[in-house]
Design a protein around this ligand. Structure first.
Ligand code: NAD
Length: 477
């Protein structure tokens, strides 16, 4: 078992202020793989002080100096790419192939996306009224990340902070701290100045809240549940810091009868189950035009039955366990709720899949005849659970799609490009995917409504970490 009890503060691995051990479990075996420390307000103070001191010089480095450091980080990340994938398999349970092709790959994609955006960034410009506009790093940033796409969220926050000349303190999820510690090793090797990047492990109520409340933190960038995002916002309010939030989702996937049903419905089911359903932008509500309803249900049933669960250390397209026992219990409760509320169970259901008594495995599950008022249509399940809902008209589909407190992503499947445009314009969501159009690195990622505010990735992601200063010169004589 790995001993990972130190924190990375001021360019060194240091002992925590108090001994407070937490075991990191492998979700497929339920066995401990590492021991970490849960940080306290004292550790956060120490990390924030280091970041504040480092800001004085780092905020004045040139864009070129920072680009050189980021290019170094990219080369190191590529060299240690497989190590990152294996770490995420061990602590999250992401199957080997998926971890390599998706979980580790996003670390390269986002870093490259930010490097490209930084090259285009205008730090100084002349406005048409003669004033000068300057973009400057906002200051010391507190970064809190979840476990589900761990290095994705770390890259989406740490990289823009470092790129813009900010300094930061990262508090990763206590369920998946090891990939974050590996990332810290890479930053150390890349040669960022001491104190520019700091890492303190811990839980939300102690280390997380201490960061959000800290008077010397200028901005909080948070990804996680809407519940915790609200807590971060409230904790940050007294010190009037900027808060950006990437929260939950319950994304609609509107399937019109004129879509290529076989291809689009099969792909949609697999997308919903990807990462064991633990994705904030997963297409979890499939809204289906009534005239194609029974065909779609038959295709979804077949695709769902073909989805397999398996050992994450094996190569293949199977899905792994959920991250934790708590998550397993939450997902079971929502599957039970779907059965209890009278939805038609097509595939899966409560309990563990046969042969997977150890580990937090769940059965990939599909419900048909779901009403949008049911809990499985309203609450984020965060497991491989799909809800199928019928509709009669385009208007009704848009109304059901928007009838949610979330607004992260939306999906449209249709053979009619005009309809795709028309419907996309009416959906209250930060991202609309048409006929499988993927998210591309460098494009903004983020949501409407209770899915958060702010955008991550590319130019929009950099802007969140910048202040704007206007310089007024006297009128020319
Ligand atoms: P979570 O909110 O429980 O935890 C996320 C992080 O916040 C962890 O680091 C945790 O320690 C910390 N935290 C918890 N309570 C806190 C508090 N009161 N103050 C400060 N920090 C606190 O979420 P999770 O279970 O780790 O992640 C799953 C959630 O994240 C889902 O709701 C998912 O939709 C969301 N998510 C959103 C996006 C996005 O970009 N919109 C991406 C990935 C995940």
């Amino acid at each position: 078992m790995l001993d990972k009890r130190k924190f990375y503060i001021n360019g060194e691995w240091v002992e925590p202020a108090a001994q407070n051990d937490l075991y990191v479990l492998n979700p497929a075996t339920e066995k401990p793989i590492a021991v970490i420390s849960l940080g306290t307000a004292v550790d956060i103070d120490r990390a924030v002080a280091a970041a504040k001191k480092a800001f004085e010089a780092y905020s004045r480095t040139s864009l070129e100096e920072r680009l050189t450091l980021l290019e170094k980080l990219l080369a190191i990340y590529k060299r240690r790419y497989d190590e990152m994938a294996d770490t995420i398999t061990a602590e999250l349970g992401a199957p080997k192939t998926m971890s390599r092709e998706q979980q580790s790959d996003v670390g390269v994609g986002h870093l490259q996306g930010y490097i490209d955006a930084l090259k285009r960034l205008k730090l100084r410009e002349k406005l048409s009224n003669g004033d000068t506009l300057m973009r400057e790093p906002i200051g010391v940033c507190g970064l809190i990340t979840p476990w589900n796409w761990p290095v994705n969220q770390i890259a989406l926050k740490v990289v823009p902070a470092l790129a813009t000349g900010c300094t930061c303190v990262l508090k990763p999820s206590e369920f998946t701290p090891l990939n974050a510690m590996l990332y810290a090793e890479m930053i150390d090797e890349a040669g960022f100045p001491r104190g520019v990047f700091n890492l303190v492990n811990g839980d939300g109520l102690h280390a997380g809240a201490a960061l959000s409340k800290h008077k010397d933190i200028d901005m909080m960038s948070f990804t996680g549940s809407t519940r915790a995002g609200i807590a971060v916002s409230k904790d940050a309010a007294d010190t009037v810091k900027r808060v950006t939030l990437e929260l939950g989702g319950k994304s609609p996937n509107i399937v019109f009868a004129d879509a290529d049903l076989e291809e689009r419905v099969t792909a949609s089911v697999l997308e919903c189950f990807n990462n064991s359903g633990q994705s904030c932008d997963a297409p979890t509500r499939m809204l289906v035009e009534r005239s194609a309803y029974e065909d779609v249900v038959a295709i979804a049933r077949r695709a769902g039955r073909e989805a397999t669960v398996g050992d994450p250390t094996r190569e293949g397209a199977h899905i792994g366990p959920l991250v934790s026992h708590i998550q397993f219990e939450r997902v079971q409760a929502l599957i039970e709720a779907g059965v209890g509320e009278g939805a038609r169970l097509l595939v899966g259901g409560p309990g563990k899949p046969e042969g997977f008594e150890t580990g937090y495995f769940v059965k990939p599950t599909i419900f048909a005849d779901v009403d949008n008022s049911m809990r499985i249509a309203r609450e984020e399940v965060f497991g491989p659970v799909l809800a199928i809902i019928p509709f009669d008209t385009e208007e009704e589909a848009i109304a059901i799609a928007n009838d949610t407190s979330y607004g992260l992503a939306a999906y449209v499947q249709t053979g009619n490009p005009e309809r795709a445009e028309r419907v996309a314009a009416r959906l209250r969501a930060g991202m609309v995917h048409i006929n499988g159009g993927p998210h591309r690195y460098g494009s903004p990622f983020g949501g409407y409504k209770q899915s958060g505010n702010g955008r991550e990735g590319g130019t929009f992601g950099l802007e969140d970490f910048l202040e704007v200063k206007t310089v007024h010169l006297p009128d020319a004589a």
